[in-house]
Design a protein around this ligand. Structure first.
Ligand code: GLU
Length: 489
C-alpha cells in the first residue's frame, strides 16, 4: 500500500459529461493502469444548486461506455468512502473544528454586499480584488454582536504571509505562487457546506491519492490547496495539470465547435475505443508517429513526461479519421448493429425484419462500411437504395443523358438486363463488357449514363454493387423514369 499509485477522477455532476472530463479521466486511468495503481471515482456534489443525480449517472455511464473503470468509488465502494462529498460532511467538520481551534481558520460575518463593495473598491483602486481580512481578528464580543444580528458566518482559511508555494507540476514543471497574493478564502460556506478547494484536499488526502491529474483550469486553485495540505499536516500529492482543449480556431473548446459531450459522440455513432484513442492523443504524444493504438498499447506507451504543456487542439477530422479506421475493422455483424438504430430512425427499417428482407438490409448496410466515418452517416450513405423517386443531383448529371450515344447504350443495357439469368457482381460486370465491346464506346460513356439514370448522380457506389442490390425490376423502373424525365423516352 505504501508505494501504491492512487489516482482519482473527481467530477462535479453539474452538466452532461464533457469530453474534457473524459480526457482527464482517461489520463488518470492510463497512469493507474500503467503503474499498477488504483483509480478512484469521487463525486464532488457540493454545488447543491447545480448538482443532479442524472448527471452523475451520465458520467458513470459514459465512463463505462469508454471502458474506463474504477477500482474504488461511488457504486463500487472501497475502504475510504463514502465517495460522494455530500455524504462526507461530518468528516470535513472534524478538520474544520481543528483548524478553528488552532486559529488557522476563522468565522467571517461579512455579507455578500459588503464583500462586493470591498471588491469594487479594490478594483477601482487598480488593485487585485481579494478579501482583506476584516473578520480576521474578531473579539468574542464582536462575534456575539454579529450572531445576535442573525448573520450566518462562513469559515475562512487564514492565509499565512510570505509563504512560497512552489511545486513541481508533472506537466508544467516548477510552478511558483506566493501566499501574499491570496486572500483568506472561504472553506465552509454559510450553509455549512465546504468549498471545492477545501473538501478536495481532505478527500485526496484521506483517500491516499498520490497523483492529482486534472485540467489546467485548476492550476490556480493549487496554491490554496497546498496551504490546506500544510495546515492540516497532510502530505502533498504530485500534481499534473493537463492543458486546455481548444477548437481549431485556437479558442477554448465550446459548443460552437461541435459536440462537446461524450453522449453526443455516442449518439452520433462514434465508437468508444476510437474516442479513447483520439482523447489519448489530445495533449499526450507518443515518442514515434503512431496514431492508432489498442488499449494495451496506450497503457504501455502512456507517460506523463510526454504530456504537452501547450494547449491541445480538438481536430474533428482526426477523430473522424480514427473512427473510420475502427469502423472498417468491425465485423459485418458489429457494423450492422452500429447501423441499426440509425437505420430505424431514418425509417429505412423497423428493426423487426427477418429472412430475406433482413439479409437484403444487411447487404445494403455493408456497402456503407468503407464509406462512413461514424454511425449517423450510414443512412445518407445508403439512402439511394430506399428512394426510387429521385431528381437529378445537378444539371451536369441531367446533361449526361443527352449524349447522342445514350439511347443505344440504354437499349442494350435493358436487353442485357432482361436476358440475365442471375444478377450478381460478375454478371453485371460482364453485361457492361458486352455493351462496351459491341458499341466500341469507352467505359465512361457506358457506365456514366447508366449510373445517372439509376441514381440521378454522377458519383456513388460501384454499379456492380448497386445493381444486384436493387434487382432487375427496380433497376429498370428507376432508369426508365429518369430517361422519361430527361425527355429521352
Ligand atoms: N470537481 C472538480 C471538477 O470537476 C474536480 C477538480 C479536481 O480534479 O481537483 O472540476
Amino acid at each position: 500500500m505504501d508505494n501504491e499509485i492512487r489516482v482519482r477522477f473527481a467530477p462535479s455532476p453539474t452538466g452532461p459529461f464533457h469530453i474534457g472530463g473524459a480526457r482527464s479521466a482517461l489520463f488518470n486511468w492510463l497512469l493507474a493502469k500503467k503503474l499498477g495503481g488504483k483509480m478512484v471515482l469521487r463525486i464532488e456534489d457540493t454545488d447543491r444548486d447545480r448538482s443532479k443525480p442524472e448527471y452523475e449517472e451520465n458520467i458513470k455511464n459514459a465512463l463505462k461506455w469508454l471502458g474506463i473503470n474504477w477500482d474504488e468509488g461511488v457504486d463500487v465502494g472501497g475502504p475510504y468512502g463514502p465517495y460522494r462529498q455530500m455524504e462526507r460532511l461530518d468528516i470535513y467538520k472534524k478538520y474544520t473544528d481543528q483548524l478553528l481551534a488552532e486559529g488557522k481558520a476563522y468565522y467571517c460575518y461579512c455579507s455578500p454586499e459588503e464583500l462586493e463593495a470591498e471588491r469594487e473598491a479594490l478594483t477601482a483602486a487598480g488593485k487585485m480584488p481579494r478579501y482583506m481580512g476584516k473578520c480576521r481578528n474578531l473579539t468574542p464580543e464582536q462575534r456575539a454582536k454579529f450572531e445576535a444580528e442573525g448573520r450566518k458566518p462562513t469559515i475562512r482559511f487564514r492565509v499565512p504571509e510570505g509563504v512560497d508555494l512552489t511545486f513541481n507540476d508533472l506537466v508544467r514543471g516548477e510552478v511558483h505562487f506566493d501566499s501574499d497574493g491570496i486572500g483568506d478564502f472561504v472553506i465552509v460556506k454559510a450553509d455549512g457546506i465546504p468549498t471545492y478547494n477545501y473538501a478536495v484536499v481532505i478527500d485526496d488526502s484521506l483517500m491516499h491519492i498520490t497523483h492529482v491529474i486534472r485540467a489546467e483550469e485548476h492550476l490556480s486553485n493549487t496554491p490554496r490547496q497546498l496551504l490546506v495540505y500544510d495546515a492540516l499536516g497532510f502530505k502533498r500529492p504530485e500534481f499534473g495539470h493537463i492543458s486546455l482543449i481548444l477548437g481549431k480556431d485556437k479558442k477554448k473548446m465550446s459548443k460552437r465547435h461541435g459536440a462537446t459531450s461524450c453522449d453526443q459522440y455516442r449518439q452520433l455513432g462514434y465508437l468508444p475505443h476510437a474516442l479513447v484513442n483520439f482523447l489519448a492523443l489530445l495533449g499526450w504524444a507518443p515518442t514515434d508517429e503512431q496514431e492508432i493504438f489498442t488499449t494495451e498499447e496506450l497503457i504501455k506507451a502512456f507517460n506523463m513526461k510526454h504530456v504537452a504543456k501547450n494547449p491541445a487542439v480538438f481536430d474533428i477530422e482526426k477523430l473522424n479519421w480514427i473512427n473510420a479506421h475502427y469502423i472498417k475493422q468491425m465485423t459485418p455483424e458489429d457494423f450492422f448493429a452500429l447501423a441499426k438504430p440509425f437505420m430505424v430512425k431514418a425509417g429505412y427499417m423497423t428493426g423487426e425484419e427477418t429472412g430475406e428482407k433482413l439479409a437484403w438490409l444487411e447487404k445494403v448496410v455493408a456497402t456503407a462500411q468503407t464509406q462512413v466515418e461514424f454511425g449517423a452517416q450510414i443512412p445518407p450513405a445508403v439512402a439511394l437504395y430506399f428512394n426510387d423517386n429521385f431528381d437529378f443531383e445537378t444539371q451536369e448529371a441531367a446533361d449526361v443523358l443527352k449524349e447522342e450515344t445514350v439511347p443505344t447504350v440504354m437499349d442494350m443495357f435493358f436487353k442485357e438486363l432482361a436476358e440475365a439469368a442471375t444478377l450478381d457482381g460478375p454478371t453485371v460486370k460482364a453485361m457492361f463488357k458486352t455493351i462496351q465491346k459491341t458499341t466500341k464506346l469507352n467505359g465512361k460513356h457506358v457506365y456514366m449514363p447508366v449510373r445517372v439514370a439509376l441514381t440521378g448522380n454522377q458519383h456513388g457506389p460501384e454499379l456492380v454493387e448497386m445493381i444486384p442490390l436493387l434487382g432487375a425490376e427496380r433497376t429498370k423502373q428507376r432508369m426508365e423514369a429518369s430517361l422519361k424525365k430527361a425527355g429521352i423516352k
